[in-house]
Design a protein. Structure first.
Ligand code: BG6
Length: 510
């Protein structure tokens, strides 16, 4: 029996999407492939126009050709369906312009008007795939030419989608928020964290609040500690320049890991409305105990990958990557212990870690339950009796596993952990839409649930800023380097050992 909370796809109004930064990687790798698939599944509004806005000289035709080539490489389904591409591509247009040039926005306005249907020039999703330093100028120009209104007359709508990174600290995030909200209401701003577009991340709330048995156990009474791991096999590759400015703490913890933590630990929202859900996330983020700069060494471990050999292949260290300073102290790994000072979670450690060039790419949340009392089997087995654990595997091999102990069949008395496993693939068949497909649809529908609210982004930055302050001016020590392809610096193991815990590494696909 399926309980449907909505009746199939939402009816979307005809509109235009304007992508600023259309020559960039994100457009070719993520946005256009996502729109192409949505078109194929007939989920896009009809009619819809997409305008790519960028500086380079291109025609509609040449831009379409470029995107088609990129699609061959980045589409999640191949080969690209020529017919489907053809109908989709006829809606793609290009507008050449500099983000600071007023005349370019007038051209854009004329182009939108030229589509000949009022809704296409009035209902607009502005996608800012540009540097945050340009957000302010773009919205200001849009407002000046009348394309972005704070209170457009109903039923017109205009929304602004902004990509991460949303600032580089709390001060810059506040500044960005102020710049954006000069010309748009907070309700018109959709801040992306693509993790929220992942099916498994969305399932966290469903799993927690539609199952009585787990929610009963979801507190300090039953949970010993929680581990959240987002490990990545590749190094920084061609993104050295960006990474030098970001580092793992800003690139991954401030957004993706804290978002997952918030969903795993927040209180039940009052309703399923976006504001109720986001209210609870903010409350949770605000109840994370700040780590003062002087205590960072006790609660946070950073690392940087060093050259190594994996399966006979040499792997460069981070400092050897392109556009990285040879003496860079930027962290490519971070592990931290957080406490949530609220009634439910008081005293429970939350261990978060993420890193580049780890042994495999996998994201998971492991909820480790308290051990049994030290009598009967525990008294006899000691450390070898595994505590129960529930693992939410976010990617790949999406699924949920429950580990508990069982008797090894036979005449001897032996107990070992066994696993009950739910796999998305085996249960529902392969269904792997890209996070961007979901996020674009939600933004087109005006549903902000999967986007980050202003106070949420600010709360996350204040946690991260305090950690950065503790690292300020401190060069990496020898012990903070880890061989590329390993599970990070030894300090991360000590961080858990101090609480009597140890990391459980995600397992490769079986
Ligand atoms: C991005 C980070 O936000 O997330 C990247 O900037 C990282 O550094 C990526 O590789 C990870 O996303 P996913 O979906 O591959 O887990």
């Amino acid at each position: 029996m399926i309980c449907r909370l909505s009746d199939g796809p939402r009816a979307l109004t005809p509109c235009s999407i304007v992508i600023f930064g259309a020559s960039g990687d994100l457009t070719a790798r993520k946005l256009i492939p996502a729109l192409y698939h949505l078109h194929g599944e007939q989920l896009l509004p009809e009619p819809l126009r997409v305008i790519g806005f960028a500086r380079r000289e291109k025609t509609d035709e040449s831009w379409r050709r470029e995107l088609r080539e990129a699609l061959e490489q980045f589409s999640r389904t191949r080969p690209v369906d020529a017919g489907q591409w053809g109908t989709f591509a006829s809606n793609l247009h290009y507008c050449r312009g500099d983000l600071t040039e007023a005349a370019a926005y007038q051209r854009l306005a004329r182009q939108l008007e030229g589509f000949g249907e009022a809704a296409l020039g009035r209902n607009i999703l502005f996608y800012l795939a540009v540097s945050p330093s340009q957000f302010g100028a773009v919205v200001e120009h849009l407002q000046r030419v009348g394309l972005l209104e704070r209170d457009p007359p109903m039923p017109a709508w205009q929304r602004v989608v902004v990509e991460k990174p949303f600032g580089h600290d709390l001060t810059s995030a506040r500044r960005l928020n102020a710049e954006l909200t000069r010309f748009a209401h907070e309700q018109q701003i959709f801040r992306i964290d693509h993790y929220l577009g992942k099916e498994t991340v969305q399932n966290i709330l469903m799993f927690r609040f539609s199952n009585a048995i787990f929610e009963q156990l979801w507190s300090r009474q039953a949970v010993d500690h929680v581990q959240i791991t987002v490990s990545e096999r590749p190094g920084v590759g061609g993104r050295g320049g960006y990474y030098e400015e970001a580092g793992a703490l800003r690139d991954m913890v401030q957004n993706h890991l804290l978002q997952v933590l918030a969903l795993v630990t927040m209180e039940p929202p009052v309703t399923l409305e976006s504001e109720s859900i986001r209210d609870e996330k903010v409350k949770l983020l605000k109840s994370i105990r700040p780590i003062p700069p002087e205590a960072v060494g006790r609660h946070v471990v950073r690392g940087q990958y060093a050259p190594s050999q994996v399966e006979g292949q040499p792997l460069p260290g981070y400092r050897q990557e392109a556009k990285v300073a040879p003496d860079s102290d930027v962290e490519t790994y971070v592990a931290l212990r957080l406490f949530i000072d609220n009634w439910r979670w008081s005293g429970v450690p939350f261990y978060l870690r993420t890193g580049k060039h780890l042994p495999l790419s996998a994201s998971e949340v492991r909820v480790q339950f308290r051990p049994t009392p030290h009598v009967l089997f525990a008294a006899r087995c000691g450390e070898t009796l595994d505590a129960n654990a529930l693992t939410l595997r976010l990617q790949p091999n999406e699924g949920i596993s429950l580990r508990f102990n069982g008797k090894v069949p036979g005449t001897s008395v032996a107990v070992r952990p066994v696993r009950m496993h739910f796999s998305y693939d085996s249960e529902f068949g392969a269904y792997t839409p890209e996070a961007y497909e979901r996020l674009l649809l939600e933004a087109l529908a005006g549903d902000a649930t999967l986007f980050i609210r202003r106070d949420e982004v600010e709360a996350a930055w204040s946690i991260v800023d305090s950690i950065r302050a503790g690292w300020a001016g401190q060069a990496l020590t020898e012990a903070e380097f880890y061989p590329a392809g390993s599970w990070g610096p030894a300090g991360a193991d000590r961080l858990l050992a101090a609480g009597g815990h140890q990391w459980r590494n995600p397992q490769p696909a079986s």
